[in-house]
Design a protein around this ligand. Sequence first.
Ligand code: SAM
Length: 262
Amino acid sequence: MNAAQRIAYVTLFPELFQGFVEASLVGQAARSGLISFDFESPRAHGLGRHRSVDDTPYGGGSGMVLRVDVMLATLEALEARMGARPRRILLTPAGVPFHQATARRLAAEPALTFVCGRYEGFDARLEAHVDEELSLGDFVLCGGEIAAMAITEAVVRLRPGVLGNAHSVVEESHGSALLEYPHFTRPASFRGLGVPEVLLGGDHRAIAAWRTGEAEARTQARRPDLFVPYAEAKAAEEARVAAERVERRKRRGRKPPAEGES
Ligand code: SAM
């Protein structure tokens, strides 16, 4: 069996994670020993009587900034307790956008630490002490916790043994270059809307062709940024296959096929 993936969080609000680590697929993976969780609060490493974790920004401006000394002390205490040095991931809207490819890469790591910000964010010198900075998307949350949970869920479901059906992570949206095709289940008719006839027929080749067509049409309509490179790669592959066919015919001393002939 694979070793459990260790996932840790540096957060001022560990209580936000309570339901997340106990319920549903993530909770089940933890109970099965496929993942384990650790938490460390910067408050425990805060300064003075009030255990301060933040201070006003140099140069002025609104809001409070998380101190680099406190954040690093928190990370180092967590790692000493874990006896490990997980990949350190800083959550920030200024980070590299998180994608399914990032999830696949992180799923291969033995251990991850998500560093969750609050207030105006971190003293920029913390960046020198982390391995990467990730953003959940082009919007601003109040803290890094929701981003950390979203990324954790995307990563954990890719770990071996977590999902019952490993095939589903291959076929789904962002598993390939296309968004996933639409799904239907009973009832066959609902408030005037039916189910595509082809799905009821049991012809698996026809179903596969329909699904590819739907995935392409959806991607083209909703995500042209994904569709254009997909269509270019598909056209290049078709041209390569056609050129190979012509070469084979030439080698056999036959005429190349006419336009449209295969
Ligand atoms: N002043 C920061 C800026 O404009 O970049 C935003 C700070 S935000 C209010 C507080 C914390 O929430 C951040 O330090 C970060 O940890 C987290 N956060 C907010 N939006 C995020 C996003 N899109 N992705 C990842 N983390 C985010």
